[in-house]
Design a protein around this ligand. Structure first.
Ligand code: PLP
Length: 420
């Protein structure tokens, strides 16, 4: 059965949209709008599909925190046994505050500071995914100062084209990420010679919103070749990290299931003893969330109709940033005739749109849900136009928990001072 909506636990009950067993209308009444709403059941199901597909294999699923870093989201995954992929010291603090264990954290990113390295070393993270020769030297130095050994993987750049949006492809030679494939061997030798590093694995991450498993399988094949070359030199790796990137349905995409995505990889690594790690972000949270917003005004222009809503590009940046598509649905069935609308926010920028040319039956004050907003929604939000960030709510069965309060205006300038 195909689901009517990309958000997996969203359904229509008596002409009113519910996430799990809670009416979105009730959420808007209790918590106001705009509000991000997440489904615990959808998060759980998404994580379990990874666990099930990897059952019987030595494997670790490290949720990519940057996709959605709310403590409630992190705690759901921590309870399910997840590891975490972080890109800053701040994200490590969140993981620990949410009950995640440092021993299952991998640290990615091209610009790790000394402070972040020390913090991660003190907490005892699982692995640093090192992205340059200079980082390797700095990490060795930082670990030495603390009298510790830093576990490392090199993030290699397998130079495959994931055929995705240019801003979210990361595995091409022209990207800033990772170390060039041809340089990896020399860098591993260098790492082996440094006293304060332990070589633990190898990592790669080729891009995001991947709808075809083939480029990842191609990258995995290349990585495996390197693993064998290293083994021949006496450098044995304990884990192979194949990154994140599995895509989701926003509109009419047909992403592979987790099992289908992993099948060629499991075949490539069949019979090998290394632990397989993955860093999914979007595929775990994207379709577990939506952005709930209310129509402020309907404006009927000569060429276009505008539905001006109380959410804006500061809340959900993806449409403005990547021209991304989010399905927009009216929360309650309406008597009024449907019309084609540009769904826009109140911000003073022409780029402030959430959806183009959508047929919706709307009246002033109606609620609209922007779907598939669980990933890279709240985490990319800003305070542009002195707009407090949206509230966040997590639904769990018939319960709705406010997991982040709406920001107050005073909090937005609390750290500022007028000149004396
Ligand atoms: C962003 C990122 C991920 C997660 O990507 P998704 O497309 O959300 O799965 C994983 N690993 C690294 C290194 C990343 O930068």
């Amino acid at each position: 059965m195909t689901q009517p909506y990309p958000v997996t636990t969203l359904r229509s009950v008596a002409d009113s949209l519910h996430l799990e067993d809670v009416a979105l209308e009730t959420i808007a009444q209790r918590f106001g709008t705009p509000t991000y709403v997440y489904s615990r059941a959808a998060l759980t199901a998404a994580f379990q599909s990874w666990q099930q597909a990897l059952a019987g294999r030595r494997a670790l699923v490290c949720y990519a925190v940057k996709a959605n870093s709310n403590l409630a989201v992190l705690s759901v995954f921590a309870k399910l046994g997840a590891g975490f992929d972080i890109v800053s010291g701040g994200e490590l603090a969140r993981v620990l505050a949410a009950g995640g264990s440092a021993g299952k954290v991998v640290f990615s990113g091209v610009g790790k500071s000394r402070t972040e390295m020390r913090y991660a070393l003190e907490q005892g993270i699982r692995c640093f995914n090192v992205e340059s020769a200079a980082e390797l030297e700095r990490l060795n130095e930082a670990a030495g100062q603390l009298g510790k050994k830093a576990p490392i993987a090199l993030r290699v750049n397998p130079d495959v084209d994931p055929k995705t949006h240019p801003y979210i492809s990361t595995g091409l030679k022209s990207n800033k990420f990772g170390v060039a494939f041809d340089e990896a061997l020399a860098l591993y030798r260098r790492a082996a010679s440094l006293p304060n590093l332990t070589i633990s694995g190898i990592a790669c991450h080729i891009g995001s919103q991947l709808l075809d498993p083939a480029p990842v399988a191609e990258a995995a094949g290349k990585v495996l070749g390197l693993v064998d070359q290293l083994a021949a030199e006496g450098i044995a790796l304990d884990h192979i990290d194949l990154g994140g990137g599995l895509g989701i349905r926003y509109q009419d995409e047909t992403p592979p299931s987790v099992a289908t995505y992993l099948a060629p990889l499991l075949e490539i690594f069949a019979g090998r003893k290394e632990e397989l790690c993955f860093e999914p972000g979007r595929s775990l949270v994207g379709n577990a969330g939506l952005l709930l917003t209310r129509v402020e005004y309907l404006k009927h222009g000569e060429e276009k109709n505008f539905a001006i809503v109380d959410a804006a590009m500061n809340d959900l940046a993806r449409p403005a940033l990547y021209d991304a598509y989010h399905e927009a649905v009216a929360v309650k069935a309406s008597e009024v005739p449907a019309q084609r609308y540009e769904i826009v926010g109140p911000i003073c920028e022409s780029g402030d749109f959430l959806a183009h040319d959508r047929e919706l039956a709307l009246a002033d004050g109606d609620l609209v849900a922007l779907l598939s907003a669980g990933a890279y929604g709240m985490t990319m939000s800003s305070n542009y136009n002195t707009r407090g960030r949206a509230a966040e709510v997590m639904v769990d069965g018939a319960q709705a928990h406010e997991v982040r309060a709406r920001e107050t205006v005073e909090s937005l300038y609390a750290l500022e001072r007028p000149l004396p």
